[in-house]
Design a protein around this ligand. Structure first.
Ligand code: AMP
Ligand code: MN
Ligand code: MN
Ligand code: MN
Length: 293
């Protein structure tokens, strides 16, 4: 499979914090020229059957996907899993465990926001959560835009909901080892999502990549909607240094919020191994058109 394939292996549906259904995303991916797609909802694989079916109906190749929240050195790191068996029970149970506690965290966030005069945000955020188990900061951000506290969700994350700002509540997610093992044991490959977004020191980042590799992690997102061109150059070097394959994904959440649309990304640098070349057996190939009658 070509390194210039238009693969988009990172996006979100209403099953987590996106605003489109799996079917709408499949259609949008197809319309935008995506050739290999994965839906990677946060901590939830409940959309996989719908996404795979919609992709097949549109003639779009598909990989199962998920984005797991992990706590590592007091920061939240996201690990994308690709090409796993979505019926694997250890993976399903692990994700259910990770989701537990989001409601309690959301109530604590709302209490903290109330202290700065932003009221009823739990109920407000819940309205946006298609899946109440997955209530996330994104849903709070949408409520705060709706009520005029901020002009867009980017402003929300600059002024609220992030470390040191009102509405931020620290949370313990899965460990790096758990997330990588769940993905691996279900037959998939683990990928470090958007590495430039973390605020690690050089030593901490080295520890992240070293431990990830040690647990059997195989990839890193080099080209993502969260990276600048300079970030992609940086993580090309890191991928080579750690002998990791490279992934590519928009991290698309919503037509009105996301800056990068499905499939609208630079191609991977040619010296890297695209992660999809390691996933040939896991790709759900779309039917090749109907036989003439
Ligand atoms: P949560 O899983 O509840 O902690 O919510 C994290 C989600 O918030 C991410 O998956 C993004 O969709 C969204 N988000 C947008 N901007 C930021 C930001 N600057 N920092 C953290 N999360 C952000
Ligand atoms: Mn998100
Ligand atoms: Mn993420
Ligand atoms: Mn994401």
């Amino acid at each position: 499979m070509s390194p210039t394939l238009n693969a988009d292996l990172h996006c979100h549906s209403v099953i987590s914090d996106g605003t489109l259904t799996p079917e709408e995303l499949a259609q949008r991916a197809k319309d935008k020229g995506v050739e290999l797609w994965a839906l990677t909802d946060h901590d939830e694989i409940g959309g996989q059957t719908r996404a795979a079916a919609a992709a097949a109906a549109l003639g779009l190749d598909y990989l199962t996907g998920v984005e797991i929240s992990v706590s590592f050195l007091n920061q939240t790191v996201h690990i994308v899993g690709l090409g796993f068996d979505a019926n694997n029970s250890a993976l399903r149970e692990g994700l259910a465990q990770t989701r537990g506690g989001r409601a309690q965290r959301a109530r604590a966030m709302a209490d903290d926001l109330a202290r700065v005069g932003i009221h009823s945000s739990f109920e407000g955020a819940l309205k946006y959560a298609g899946n109440h188990d997955l209530i996330s900061r994104t849903h709070f951000a949408r409520f705060m835009v709706e009520t005029g506290v901020c002009k867009d969700t980017y402003e929300v994350f600059r002024k609220y909901l992030t470390e040191g700002k009102p509405g931020y509540v620290a949370h313990r997610w899965a460990t790096l080892k758990e997330a990588v093992y769940w993905i691996r044991d279900a037959g998939g490959l683990a990928v470090i999502a958007h590495p430039a977004r973390y605020k690690f020191s050089a030593n901490e980042e080295f520890a992240l990549f070293t431990e990830f590799k040690g647990f059997g992690g195989q990839g890193v997102e080099v080209v993502t909607g969260s990276h600048s061109a300079a970030d992609s150059v940086t993580y090309t070097d890191v991928a080579l240094e750690f002998a990791l394959a490279a992934s590519r994904g928009s991290d698309f959440h919503s037509p009105t919020e996301s800056r990068t649309d499905l499939g609208e990304l630079p191609t991977l640098p040619e010296q890297l191994t695209p992660i999809w070349t390691l996933l040939q057996h896991q790709i759900q190939k779309a039917p090749q058109g109907l036989m003439p009658t």
